[in-house]
Design a protein around this ligand. Structure first.
Ligand SMILES: *Cc1c(COP(=O)(O)O)cnc(C)c1O
Length: 411
């Protein structure tokens, strides 16, 4: 008789977005005429840019020809893409990253969920609160988080680092020492950023206590303020303590195409393991894991990713991001005019607002859906410190962003 990985049974309720989808469907069912505007889920809406589409077509045609057909991709990614990323995302910006330190994947969600596999089960994780749910849930599945307390919404063996208006949405160094530290900036859900000095503080801390930082840079393309770091490798010493996750989803609209990368410098080395091996690189474990469990991102998609680094591709992507940022500014300023206290939205497609009249996040969700027919995301769904906050995204059309704000102003 089989048994289950009972860690899965510890996971509470349904995933946040399926909960929202059900509520919206029920509302639509009861109000057939309601014209609902969705500013909730973090999915892009603009089509892929021309440079990417042209390259996709070219790559598809290569697959039709015996001379240019491609079978299995290299496990760790095609050299052309690893090189383009290392050069454009890192070396041209003064970060020392070698081509072979880039591992191509099908996206940052799977990498952020899978990366914990190469660490010991006794590792203790620290996460920002609120947080992208994948970091915690993947560690729960691995049995690393202890037990869930429904009252507090917290796991007994996770270090939570509150990010609220009081600390400018930047986590403070925890009093307990973690082994793995998940950071994501620009942040989902708060839309806020971390300064270079603050990030340097985290790198120094990780090096001091022997922790690894898993840095999710999925939103770096949205940074407009030149003093904000795009990569953790801008910090001194990051090569010996930081893994960085990259995605083509939010900058280039690959949410449906699927492409990402994880960067693991050779310098992250553990000097002695429990089984006596010395000087083991994290890089070699992740390479082994990729080789065993993954057969590579599709050639066609890696070509599409490569096109993002052409001059044409860079310019077109920049324009797409600017379009979303125009929405973000409209939403943020409109909410301010309507009297809301608002954060994010400057270097990020997410606007994070404080709920009025001390409403809970879910109360505000219902209120907004009912009074304005606008859907957002309750902050409490991202962690207890997200309570009394609410997330709106700039990924809709400009027209819908304007309509949504008009309705909110008239509520
Ligand atoms: C959207 C998002 C990603 C990107 O995931 P993909 O799998 O690359 O589409 C990663 N991290 C965060 C925090 C996100 O919001």
């Amino acid at each position: 008789m089989y048994s289950l990985n009972e860690n899965y049974l510890k996971l509470p309720g349904s995933y946040l977005f399926s909960g929202i989808a059900k509520k919206v469907a029920a509302y639509q069912d009861a109000h057939k005429d309601a014209d609902i505007i969705r500013l909730g889920i973090g999915d892009v809406t603009q089509p892929l840019c021309k440079a990417v589409i042209d390259e996709l077509h070219r790559a598809v045609d290569e697959m039709a020809n015996a001379d240019t057909f491609k079978g299995y991709a290299p496990d760790l990614g095609y050299d052309f893409l690893r090189h383009a990323m290392a050069e454009n995302d890192y070396r041209n910006k003064g970060c020392e990253i070698a081509d072979d330190e880039i591992f191509i994947s099908d996206g940052a969600k799977s990498d952020s969920a899978n990366i914990q596999e190469i660490f010991g089960n006794s590792c203790k994780i620290a996460v920002c609160d609120p947080v992208y749910p994948v970091y915690v849930d993947s560690n729960v599945m691995a049995g690393r988080c202890g037990d869930y307390d429904e009252k507090t919404g917290m796991w007994s063996n996770v270090i939570y680092m509150p990010c609220t208006a009081e600390n400018g949405f930047a986590p403070e160094l925890p009093s307990q020492t973690p082994d793995l530290i998940y950071l994501c900036f620009p942040n989902n859900p708060t839309g806020e950023v971390i300064s270079k000095d603050q990030l340097q503080g985290w790198v120094d801390y990780a090096n001091k206590v022997g922790a690894v930082i898993i840095y999710d840079a999925a939103y770096e393309a949205y940074i407009t303020d030149s003093s904000i770091p795009h990569s953790i490798y801008e910090c001194v010493g990051a090569r010996s303590c930081a893994i960085e996750l990259r995605s083509f989803s939010k900058n280039a609209g690959f949410t449906g195409l699927r492409l990402g990368a994880t960067v693991i410098p050779h310098d992250i080395v553990i000097s002695k393991t429990a089984i006596g091996k010395e000087n083991v690189e994290l890089h070699s474990l992740w390479a082994r894991r990729h080789g065993t469990k993954y057969n590579g991102a599709p050639y066609i998609v890696q070509r599409a990713g490569f096109a993002c680094y052409s001059d044409e591709g860079k310019a077109q992507i920049k324009e797409q991001v600017a379009t979303y940022m125009k929405n973000a500014h409209y939403i943020k300023n409109g909410l301010k005019e309507a009297g809301y206290t608002v954060y994010g939205g400057e270097n990020s497609p997410y606007v994070w607002l404080r709920t009025p009249d001390n409403m809970t996040s879910w109360e505000f969700f219902d209120y907004l859906l009912d009074k304005a027919n606008v859907v957002g995301t309750p902050g409490s769904g991202f962690g207890p410190s997200g309570e009394h906050y609410f997330r709106l995204t700039a990924f809709g059309s400009y027209e819908n962003s304007v309509r949504a704000i008009d309705r909110i102003k008239n509520m």
